[in-house]
Design a protein around this ligand. Structure first.
Ligand SMILES: C[S@@+](CC[C@H](N)C(=O)[O-])C[C@H]1O[C@@H](n2cnc3c(N)ncnc32)[C@H](O)[C@@H]1O
Length: 195
């Protein structure tokens, strides 16, 4: 019998605290600022963004420029915060939502700290490729066997996925476990679409 809970239940319960947890120095969250750094390094300051597993829409607080945000998330409570930040919201599981989105319909697709909840990352990846016009920025959290066992939500390790032609592809510390202090690694991947 599994004692795991669904991401929907977990994030609905944590929505009010989420931003504080991310911002507290103890969490040592690095992937968000790193994503922003990569994105601006390539001079993107305008366009449409699809934020997959957008949570509270924190990304929009960090990016500089003029963007239209659409966010997909399974947690209605997290999406309430994203909506307050100006997001158009899609309240559906990632796989279902992506399948319904037109090809080449967003300039930029972000998928930050959410792909590790998805079993078939390859399928999601193919959809992201289909939808993004210009660039893709994803983080692939390294979920060790220990991490998978102890996490309250079912998570999967996609950090070794083969990704060809990435412009940026390297590991950093994503965050540190608030309970154990153990750093969690993530792969940062930035892809430019060839048109
Ligand atoms: C760790 S949070 C990351 C949020 C945001 N991307 C950020 O970096 O602050 C993961 C988010 O993914 C969402 N999520 C998890 N599994 C999902 C699924 N199958 N479909 C849609 N959203 C999902 C959760 O509800 C949560 O808001």
């Amino acid at each position: 019998m599994s004692n795991k809970i669904s991401p929907e239940e977990f994030y609905d319960n944590h929505a009010t605290k989420y931003d504080d947890i991310i911002k507290t120095p103890k969490s040592n969250v690095q992937y968000l600022n790193e994503a922003v750094k990569i994105f601006h390094q390539y001079n993107h300051y305008q366009g449409s963004i699809l934020d997959i597993g957008c949570g509270t829409g924190l990304l929009s607080e960090l990016l500089q420029g003029d963007f239209e945000y659409t966010g997909i998330d399974i947690s209605a409570k997290m999406l309430d915060y994203a909506a307050k930040r100006g997001y158009k919201t899609i309240h559906k599981p990632i796989e279902k939502a992506l399948a319904e989105i037109d090809s080449h319909s967003y300039d930029f697709v972000f998928c930050l700290a959410s792909l590790y909840f998805i079993e078939d990352a390859q399928l999601v990846f193919e959809q992201i490729y289909r939808i993004a016009r210009k660039t893709i920025l994803i983080t692939l959290i390294e979920a060790t066997d220990e991490y998978i066992k102890n996490h309250i939500i079912r998570v999967y390790d996609h950090s070794k996925m083969v990704i060809k032609n990435a412009v940026e592809d390297y590991f950093i510390i994503a965050w540190s476990s608030p309970t154990t202090g153990i750093p969690i690694q993530t792969r940062m991947v930035y892809i430019e679409q060839k048109n």
